[in-house]
Design a protein around this ligand. Structure first.
Ligand SMILES: Nc1ncnc2c1ncn2[C@@H]1O[C@H](COP(=O)(O)OP(=O)(O)OP(=O)(O)O)[C@@H](O)[C@H]1O
Ligand SMILES: [Mg+2]
Length: 147
């Protein structure tokens, strides 16, 4: 379950990205957050993955108080979160194939299963012919699909 209680976040430049947000998402719910550019969607995601911390209020994910997580515990916490970043964040020195495999490697997936899953998703996003390419050899849309 994901729950925000009266969560607010302002950036150091004074922009109030989120103001007193109350939100509850139950297990199995599929939720879209839509809104104009600059309305705080990415900030909301950053509160969920611990990239930013709310100034006030609480953010709870599967019983974990994300804002109170110790720095060293954040990487392990993030292993349970799949996140497609708006700015791609691909690893520049890894190929398309290696970038996709990476997330599975760090979460301890057996290598046979990794090969199978990577092939499946490459087919799904129609990028089979790009598996050996590096991120800087791809278009923006192609990078987004790899992500
Ligand atoms: N690191 C930052 N420092 C200062 N202000 C920021 C920072 N990140 C975002 N903002 C500001 O906070 C507000 C919310 O930004 P956010 O990125 O959450 O919007 P968004 O809804 O994801 O927009 P978009 O649809 O364009 O991706 C905006 O006014 C933005 O300019
Ligand atoms: Mg955004």
């Amino acid at each position: 379950m994901i729950e925000l209680k009266d969560a607010s976040k302002a950036y150091p430049n004074g922009v109030h990205a989120l103001n007193h947000i109350d939100l509850r998402i139950d297990p199995g719910e599929f939720v879209y957050v839509i809104g104009p550019t600059g309305s705080g969607k990415s900030t909301l995601i950053k509160l969920l993955n611990g990239e930013e911390v709310a100034d006030s209020g609480t953010v709870t994910v599967n019983g974990i108080n994300v804002g109170a997580l110790k720095h060293r515990k954040v990487p392990k916490y993030r292993r349970n979160i799949g996140c497609i970043f708006q700015d791609y964040r691909l690893l520049p020195r890894l190929t398309v194939y290696e970038n996709i495999a990476f997330a599975l490697e760090v979460t301890g997936t057996p290598s046979k299963q990794i090969r199978q899953r990577v092939r499946e998703v490459l087919e799904l996003v129609d990028l089979k012919d790009k598996e050996r390419a590096y991120p800087d050899e791809l278009s923006g849309g192609q990078q987004q699909r790899v992500t």
